[in-house]
Design a protein around this ligand. Structure first.
Ligand SMILES: *[C@@H]1O[C@H](CO)[C@@H](O)[C@H](O)[C@H]1NC(C)=O
Ligand SMILES: *[C@@H]1O[C@H](CO)[C@@H](O)[C@H](O)[C@H]1NC(C)=O
Ligand SMILES: [Zn+2]
Length: 395
């Protein structure tokens, strides 16, 4: 058996195929497992925009990928960036103060240090292309007590320790690693984390952002205290209405967003738009927040019409992605246009266009034939585009 370690696997291609693609084509369960175990990247596309998994699916060998988890939608859930769940959330243990206190002192416990919602990471903040840099700094209980206890306030028994006034320079100065920094631009820099790190950051950053913005009771305006290891805030006013009945103010927010790939009635084109803030040349799927009392399907129809003037129906759910900026849940859908004339709402997007399937494939592959800049692979928009080109591929 021959194996490659991570740096060689994606680049070793025979006839444009990676080793993983060949193993997938041949339904070689052991080889696929060995390659994935060695960290082989499953994201490369061949010129027909097929991943190794698409190839396995086409040849009826989907079972060979089941070793790495369930497969649904465009990718298995833990492959969607920010979705990795490397830790058991243990929500059942959250109210147990004694258990939490013991864990906090346990030498095996690890900590992440955030400053203003940025995790402390290693390496220069500008180093490495998107998706390759990694490594936030994991602190042990010992590091925390040795280096940080003089400056970290520890008034609450919780995994979330909030210390709003800590000075960034002071935190960096005390770090044992001198190459560390705090990313300044989360939209760009958090995408450089490894998949597992991104999963942890998605969870912790969203909870921290909630604490930073919701420190008072939204019902009576009184003080609230942190409970359940940082996953709940209870009003300290015992007569407050928030203690009666069902309320959603005590728990961290999750804000649902629909993001949709709109297919042309010919199903050979799709509608993409660009916002002014996008990098030059980039087009992406339309998206918007779900409003109160609105179902996913209605939100998709409304947002597409508002942003582009195009009417759509029906709507299919494809996959979802947590997006910790600060705590959205992106709900990815496919939908088919009923009308094709575009009238752009200039407040929301500056341009929207129909792109052919071939243009999307060329752009996913990149290089000189690209018609537009595709959003990075860490985004659900990228995965929806890839899902669509995979669905209609002529393997
Ligand atoms: C990509 O995969 C498809 C499907 O197996 C195949 O027909 C095509 O030739 C491949 N492209 C390259 C460049 O190998
Ligand atoms: C406590 O809650 C009650 C009922 O909502 C309210 O009338 C009262 O002003 C609150 N007290 C404080 C100190 O916020
Ligand atoms: Zn209250």
């Amino acid at each position: 058996m021959w194996l490659w370690s991570r740096p060689f696997c994606p680049t070793l291609r025979l006839c444009g195929w990676t080793a993983l693609m060949h193993a997938a084509r041949n339904g070689d369960h052991n080889l696929v497992r060995a390659l994935l175990h060695r960290g082989c990247d499953r994201s490369p596309l061949n010129s027909s925009s097929q991943t190794a998994f698409d190839i396995a699916k086409f040849w009826g060998h989907t079972h060979i990928f089941s070793v790495s988890g369930p497969v649904s939608g465009p990718q298995s859930p833990h492959e969607m960036f920010f979705s990795a769940e490397p830790l058991d959330r243990l929500s059942i243990k959250r109210p147990d103060q004694d258990w939490i206190r013991t864990r906090q002192k346990d030498p095996r416990t690890v900590y992440l240090l955030f400053h203003k919602l940025s995790p402390m990471t290693q390496g220069g903040e500008e180093s490495g292309p998107v998706g390759t840099q990694s490594n936030y700094i994991v602190f042990t209980t010992d590091d925390i007590t040795t280096f940080y206890s003089p400056i970290i306030c520890n008034t609450e028994v919780t995994f979330v320790q909030m210390c709003s006034d800590l000075d960034q320079e002071e935190l960096l100065k005390r770090s044992k690693d001198k190459t560390c920094s705090f990313p300044k631009n989360p939209h760009r820099d958090l995408l450089r984390l490894s998949e597992e790190e991104a999963g942890l950051v998605a969870q912790s950053r969203s909870v921290l952002a909630w604490h930073a913005r919701y420190s008072f009771c939204s019902t009576c305006g009184g003080r609230s205290r942190v409970e359940e290891a940082g996953h709940k805030r209870s009003c300290e006013n015992t007569t407050c209405v928030s203690h009666q009945g069902v309320h959603n103010t005590c728990y961290p927010r999750v804000d649902p967003v629909v993001i949709m790939l709109v297919l042309h009635p010919d199903q050979n084109h799709c509608l993409l738009g660009r916002k002014k803030v996008f990098p030059p040349g980039m087009f992406s799927c339309l998206a918007g927040f779900i409003e109160p009392g609105e179902c996913v399907e209605a939100a998709v129809r409304r947002e597409v019409q508002e942003e582009s003037g195009v009417l759509v129906d029906p709507v299919w759910y494809v996959c979802s992605q947590p997006w910790p900026m600060p705590s959205s849940l992106m709900i990815g859908c496919l939908t088919i246009a009923v009308t094709t004339e575009i009238t752009v709402d200039q407040d929301e997007i500056e341009e929207a266009k129909w792109f052919s399937r071939q243009q999307v494939i060329d752009s996913l592959i990149g290089g000189s034939r690209a018609a537009f800049v595709v959003p990075p692979r860490q985004t659900i928009a990228h995965q929806l585009l890839r899902h669509w080109t995979g669905l209609t591929s002529n393997l």
